[in-house]
Design a protein around this ligand. Structure first.
Ligand code: ZN
Ligand code: ZN
Length: 335
């Protein structure tokens, strides 16, 4: 099944999970290994809490979460015009030269790999979106995107990390701001990226997103994926256009709840079934809508009697009255 065609949750392991991990890289992401473990659940919950503003994030990628990820992409557009190489020789993202070749005086590690990757790493650009999300008050620009071997020659540079594996972010100074202010802001942004996006300052660990330390990047933020192992730097991870980056495909997953057959999104029965509360606290409302009057809450593992499950809301009996809870946070007994 492709990304968007089935609910993704813990213990799954497939390409759709890898795509999910990549898109949520900026929310405490790690290596895109395709394995939905507790780290990925944490990633999804952080996205559900911080972007979707859910009180009870469940870490399950259902239709609403898939839709929110598409919305996240639309909200934070990536400026490919600023990412393109400025050499005027290549077409914007190198010429595919030097695969498997390393800077002569250096050891054969990725940091010295001269390969002009075919675009910018998608995970890095999705992670950039999260940086924008977590800093709504700053206006970011990208002051270095792709720098091919020709561009390096024109500027007398040796570093090859901007051949698709790095971007430099910058918040332009406002009037009256000093270099010291700029430096302090960049340090604060780095600290936030470490906390929210699971990046590291420097390159101690493999498979972690990296930030250049302050002494190398005093007044800008250099963000890279050069410490990822080769299988996460294969050509297919790189993109040259917004379409390739977003790769928006139809979300066809059924909006049904776990435990309810996916082919029956609507179920009306005269009798009741038991629903087990999955969220730590689940709001009970007077109407089947998120702004319906709040009647109270039920707690994790409590059992509620569900008499109807329709459009994502379950009709339950609560303190002797009819009330509604979101179906996403109930596991319904199968009947
Ligand atoms: Zn170029
Ligand atoms: Zn840089």
């Amino acid at each position: 099944m492709k990304y968007g065609e089935e609910i993704l949750k813990e213990d799954m392991n497939n390409d759709a999970v890898q795509e999910l991990q990549l898109r949520l890289s900026g929310f405490n992401g790690g290596a895109p290994d395709g394995d939905f473990g507790s780290g990925t659940t944490k990633q999804v919950k952080q996205f559900q809490k911080d972007f979707m503003k859910l009180d009870d994030p469940d870490g399950v990628v259902d239709k609403a979460t898939f839709d929110a990820i598409d919305q996240f992409a639309r909200q934070y557009t990536v400026p490919f015009d600023l990412l393109r190489c400025k050499c005027k020789v290549c077409t914007g993202f190198g010429r595919g030269l030097f695969k498997g070749e390393y800077r002569t005086e250096k050891s054969h590690i990725e940091a010295y790999h001269k390969y002009e990757y075919p675009g910018i790493h998608r995970m890095l650009l999705w992670a950039y979106r999260a940086v924008l999300h977590y800093h709504p008050n700053y206006t970011f620009t990208i002051n270095s995107g792709y720098r091919c071997s020709e561009d390096n020659k024109q500027h007398g540079r040796k570093s090859t990390n901007h051949c698709g594996k790095a971007i430099d972010l910058d918040v332009p100074r406002s009037t009256g701001e000093t270099e010291r202010d700029d430096n302090a802001r960049c340090n604060a942004i780095r600290a936030s990226i470490v906390e929210k996006c699971n990046a590291q300052i420097g390159w101690a660990s493999s498979n972690k997103k990296s930030l250049e330390p302050e002494n190398i990047a005093p007044t800008w933020v250099h963000y890279d994926v050069r410490n990822f192992v080769a299988k996460y730097l294969e050509d297919h991870f790189f993109c040259k256009t917004a379409e390739e980056l977003d790769n928006i495909t139809p979300i066809t997953v059924n909006a049904g709840t776990p435990g309810v057959a996916a082919t029956t999104p609507t179920r009306t029965t005269p009798t009741t079934v038991d629903g087990t509360v999955l969220a730590s606290k689940l709001n009970v409302r007077a109407k089947p809508q998120s702004n319906g009057a709040l009647l109270g809450q039920v707690s994790k593992d409590e059992i509620v009697k569900v008499s109807e499950n329709k459009n994502g809301w379950c009709l339950i009996e609560y303190r002797g009255k009819q009330a509604y809870v979101s179906a996403r946070f109930l596991r319904l007994q199968s009947i």
